[in-house]
Design a protein around this ligand. Structure first.
Ligand code: HEM
Length: 468
């Protein structure tokens, strides 16, 4: 039963919840249909548990920003929580542990140069490896998927473990495999069934694969932490793991949320969150730029002009590249990389758009509904950088641009992700022309659903260009 004054929604079938109203494979279209029937704030049932789906910029802002503390919790007891053993930052409930861990990560990322030169240096180092892969394929066609996943994974590895892996090493293949497979299971049909019917949780069903994959990563991460313990010099951190171990030592006598098991899950959280997101956004970017060659060319002209005489791009250059900025933001808008964000939960009895929502209700933030909302964008349903340009050709960011969500739980890696997207796209577009292969047929822009959206596999033809 829906509580009194709860948001409306489709009929709830006892025990089964709303499974008949939502495609288990990809519910995004169904969410859109339900919005048309019930409005911006409606409810569904995950098994017996009511969940509220929030759509459109107005409702999302009211919840995530105006009533931030009420909506910043994370649901507990779902498939994703079990996967992370109740540890790490992503699924930590709103409270002192989450605050302490999040503050630590933001500070550490800052100390490692986020927004300053050293993070740029790390990204440029990785770009050299992307370039050497592309260089072998000049004049040919290649699938960019593995390359971008490897690059994004390596950039986070540099931050976490102060090391990168060669693109053909077994370990990097394993990392990427774990992340890409788990990201499809987490929001997939079996995870929904796991959340809806607790009785099936111990059965040998396909969701067990995700637990096995996570165990593989945890063991690797455990090994990495013990190697760091053996080789570290206290007070002289080389990377995130060392910083965390320093902090752990400082807090040894206190009751604190810092522990080695937390660290293992934390590194998994950052590695996972930073790999599949950035790489799928890059893939979407190149898929669109090949199919909109005039947009690719206009970016290249702006890049040539601004970088004239410079050996490489710096993140600061974005201020002189309004068109490139607009294109990258438009790529993020259409990529819609994390379509339903990460589920939130109410921390107290609260209200939204006139409805009453009790404490502990699962909140599904439909970012898709914001990123293509009619009335918020000049061209909500097409790929068009004009969405981010004003009449003077200056870059502007509409308030509905929320691929990283909003409020206190906003993506912790936003700064890093934006720097990666800019430096990688600018460097590659300056050096190469990316061409949709003649024999590739019509492009299919429909992504594959999961906690992240992934473009369907495609190839690109690489041609060297001379900057003009
Ligand atoms: C284009 C790339 C990225 C996109 C689109 C993206 C998007 C998101 C979204 C939508 C959320 C959920 C926010 C919420 O619950 O309201 C999130 C959370 C998070 N992201 Fe990202 N992300 C990206 C890259 C990264 C990177 C590179 C890192 C790693 C440094 C990262 C780390 C995290 C973490 C740790 C959280 C959980 C924050 C918390 O619960 O407090 N993300 N991200």
């Amino acid at each position: 039963r829906r509580p009194k004054n709860f948001p409306p929604g489709p009929l709830n079938v006892p025990l089964l919840g709303s499974v008949f109203h939502l495609s288990l494979e990809n519910p995004l279209k169904d969410f859109e249909k339900l919005r048309k029937s019930y409005g911006d704030v409606y409810s569904i049932f995950i098994g017996c548990k009511p969940a509220v789906v929030i759509n459109g910029v107005k409702a999302v802002k009211e919840a995530m920003v105006t009533k931030a503390a009420d909506f910043a919790g994370r649901p507990q007891g779902l498939f994703v929580n079990e996967l992370s053993d109740g540890k790490g930052v992503i699924m930590a409930d709103y409270g002192s542990k989450w605050r302490e861990q999040r503050r630590f990560a933001l500070m550490t990322l800052r100390n490692f140069g986020l927004g300053k030169n050293s993070m740029e240096e790390r990204i440029h180092d990785e770009i050299k490896h992307i370039i050497s892969t592309l260089e072998k394929n000049v004049g040919k066609t290649m699938s960019p998927k593995v390359m971008f996943h490897n690059a994004a994974s390596n950039i986070i590895c540099q931050v976490l473990f102060a090391r990168r892996y060669k693109y053909d090493e077994e370990l990097i293949k394993l990392f990427v495999e774990v992340f890409t497979e788990v990201s499809k299971i987490v929001n997939g049909p079996w995870a929904t069934l796991y959340d809806s019917f607790p009785i099936i949780r111990n059965l040998p069903l396909p969701f067990q694969k995700a637990f096995k994959k996570m165990e593989i990563y945890k063991n690797l991460s455990r090994r990495m932490v013990s190697e760091h313990r053996e080789t570290r010099v206290p007070g002289e951190p080389r990377d995130f793991i060392d910083c965390y171990l320093d902090e752990l030592e400082k807090r040894v006598d206190e009751e604190s949320s810092f522990s080695e098991e937390e660290l293992i899950m934390y590194s998994l959280n950052l590695h996972f969150a930073g790999t599949d997101t950035t790489s799928n956004t890059l893939l979407t970017g190149f898929l669109y730029l090949m199919n909109y060659p005039h947009i690719q060319e206009r970016c290249q002209h702006e890049i040539d002009r601004v970088l004239d005489g410079k050996d490489r791009a710096s993140f600061e250059d974005r201020h002189n590249m309004p068109y490139v900025q607009a294109v990258i933001h438009e790529v993020q808008r259409v990529a819609n990389t994390v379509p339903l964000s990460v589920f939130h939960c109410t921390t107290r009895d609260t209200e939204l758009m006139g409805y009453s929502i009790p404490r502990g209700t699962v909140i599904i933030q439909n970012l898709t509904s914001v990123l293509n909302e009619d009335g918020q964008w000049k061209f909500p349903h097409e790929f068009n950088p004009e969405n981010f340009l004003n009449d003077q050709g200056e870059f502007v960011k509409p308030e509905a641009f929320m691929p990283f969500s909003a409020g206190p739980r906003i993506c912790l890696g936003e700064g890093l992700a934006r720097m990666e997207l800019f430096l990688i796209m600018v460097t590659l577009l300056r050096r190469y022309q990316f061409i949709w292969p003649k024999d590739a047929g019509e492009p299919d822009f429909t992504p594959v659903y999961g906690i992240t959206l992934t473009p369907k596999p495609f190839s690109m033809k690489i041609q060297l260009r001379t900057p003009q």
